[in-house]
Design a protein around this ligand. Structure first.
Ligand SMILES: NC(=O)c1ccc[n+]([C@@H]2O[C@H](COP(=O)([O-])OP(=O)(O)OC[C@H]3O[C@@H](n4cnc5c(N)ncnc54)[C@H](O)[C@@H]3O)[C@@H](O)[C@H]2O)c1
Length: 315
């Protein structure tokens, strides 16, 4: 019976640093944009009124994966994780299962890394300061990845003082009001909010916004008037139009496909990124299975090279 390693959250986070997560995520966007990696649409399974499950497949670099993951936004009120589940990594040549991994850690690394990649690709020259709105699990990883990419000083805002305080203390940043965070060069939102946390009155020339919280229809972090002032980018059009920050504006016909550029196309040199120092750029991240594949293959390599340990199971 073949033995399969089970990488828990600790092993994944020991295996893949924020800096490596950024590199792997950038590569994933590029490979997908040029058609080397495959990613069928993710499947949502609602679990009303609590949240939803997602099944996310991808193939590339000799591997295939399936991530089975939740978004249960009210779980934090119950002291439970919003994002939880497991990831299966298989050999794309033989079909054999190669690893089982915790998916919350992989999700956090690739979500945080996507914010950093979007900043590297789209932020104005000299952009440094970071405003975090939402400092929970994935907000904290976005901040860590931005710090690893050399961004900061930062302002941490959250409706709960504890996570904002803890993140600010960890990174040597400071706690501030939402409006202070929204005034920084880079503004990253990672809340489950259904009401805007970025208003049109917050925007100033040259900012880059990475909006990560809205990953299913109904969530919304940016006021429509603010959205309309931005040059729009997303991770993947179908996902963003169907369930991301852009979904409401797309459904209302305010935003159309020709107004939105996929980040991978900019990385691959197929589309234009920022056009001026004044432009406000907005990256709508919904979270892609190709990003998970980038991180999962890095974690698997670390295990194979003996850099992290994992329990092995026979199935
Ligand atoms: N785009 C992606 O790839 C991606 C990946 C993972 C999670 N998400 C989404 O990001 C959101 C956050 O996930 P998480 O795991 O970090 O959850 P979390 O519960 O750990 O953190 C959310 C934080 O947002 C804060 N918050 C809530 N409303 C706020 C508001 N109006 N202003 C400021 N702060 C506010 C909460 O107090 C909490 O600290 C969820 O909606 C989740 O579905 C997106």
């Amino acid at each position: 019976m073949a033995q399969v390693p089970v990488l828990d959250a600790k092993a994944v986070l020991a295996a893949v640093s924020p800096a490596e997560a950024i590199e792997r995520t950038r590569l994933a966007f590029e490979r997908h944009a040029v058609g080397e990696w495959a990613m069928p649409p993710k499947v949502y399974l609602d679990s009303p009124p609590n949240g939803d499950f997602r099944a996310m497949p991808a193939r590339g670099e000799g591997f295939a994966l399936l991530k089975w993951v939740t978004s249960f936004p009210h779980n934090s009120e119950r002291g439970l994780p919003v994002v939880t589940g497991a990831l299966l990594l298989s050999d794309a040549v033989t079909g054999e299962l190669r690893a089982i991994m915790d998916c919350a850690s992989i999700t956090s690394l690739r979500t945080g890394a996507a914010a950093a990649v979007s900043a590297q690709v789209l932020a104005a020259d000299g952009a440094r300061s970071v405003g975090m709105i939402g400092c929970g699990v994935n907000g904290a990883w976005a901040a860590r990845c931005l710090a690893a990419a050399g961004y900061g000083f930062g302002v941490c805002a959250d409706t709960r003082p504890e996570p904002a305080g803890a993140l600010a203390a960890e990174l040597g940043w400071r706690v501030g009001a939402r409006s202070e965070a929204a005034a920084q060069d880079l503004v990253v939102t990672v809340t489950p909010a259904e009401q805007a946390v970025i208003l049109a009155s917050d925007l100033r020339a040259g900012q880059h916004l990475a909006v990560l919280g809205a990953d299913v229809r109904g969530k919304c972090e940016v006021e429509l008037a603010a959205l309309q002032r931005c040059r729009l980018f997303c991770d993947e059009w179908q996902q963003a139009a169907g369930g991301g920050e852009l979904a409401g504006a797309v459904a209302d016909g305010v935003v159309t496909r020709d107004r939105v550029t996929q980040l991978g196309d900019v990385i691959a040199g197929r589309s234009e990124g920022r056009r001026s120092a004044e432009e406000v750029t907005l990256f709508d991240s919904t979270g892609l299975a190709i990003q998970d594949l980038g991180i999962a293959t890095a974690a698997y390599e670390a295990w194979r090279e003996g850099r992290v340990e994992a329990v092995e199971v026979g199935l």
